[in-house]
Design a protein around this ligand. Sequence first.
Ligand code: SF4
Length: 289
Amino acid sequence: MAKKLHIKVAKTAGFCFGVKRAVYLANEAPKRYPDQQIRTLGPIIHNPQVVNQLNEMGVKQVDQICELEQGVVIIRSHGITRQLTQKLEQNPDLTVTDATCPFVRRAQEIVAEMSEAGYQVIILGEPDHPEVAGLISYGDPKHTLVISNQDDIPAGFFTKRKPPRIALLAQTTQSQQLYNEIALSLLSIKGELRCFNTICTATSDRQSEALELAKSCDCMIIIGGRNSANTNRLHELCQERQAASYHIETAEDLQSEWFFDKQTVGISAGASTPQWLIDEVLKSLQNLP
Ligand code: SF4
């Protein structure tokens, strides 16, 4: 007789708002521009199955701007630099569809507005992340700084303008606690501090729910691209709480021996995992031999 597992799926599993919007725009592009070549600049989202599906529809990925001569180009959910956007828009043979998440776009606008108003902009984020590269590009290079923690603020950064006027914001996926700590430490500097909380809760909401679920399950299955940082982090956190946590990309990665001695299985998925992949995993688990 087939084994009956009790399966609990996290409510927050799967696409966040920004990814849903980007994938929708990419799916709609062939209908809106039926006679044109459609390309995404870099992967539209970090999920290989979605990227492959779009590829089959003719929405292919290019990695360099020089590969784009004509047609439609879709900008990915975590945005690109201002200079790259301007280059794309200056090409009269290209139609730009901007799938940058509105939360990321808002953060770019804040950097631009604050820089123009003469503030020293501090961005809490990973210096090499494409979203951060995009944010920096909207600021005045001499007065925009990226930090990963408080110690990254160089001595003398605030001495050029007296009293300093500081605008603090963050990459959308940063830790709220770290942002608060840095904001508090900047309060001691005599000058003006403007805090813009640009952190999006999509990632932290998925993490808190998955951790809560792990408490009541014998095993966790985390679904998502191996190139998806938020999926990897979700898996790492669950592993810290629940040793039996497995990161899979598709239902084919499931192994029945993982569940021999298990009763309750929790499922969560990164913000770039589509619902159909979650459904396939659920179906396979329900039909385990
Ligand atoms: S995680 Fe948040 S900021 Fe990033 S794409 Fe999703 S909704 Fe937008």
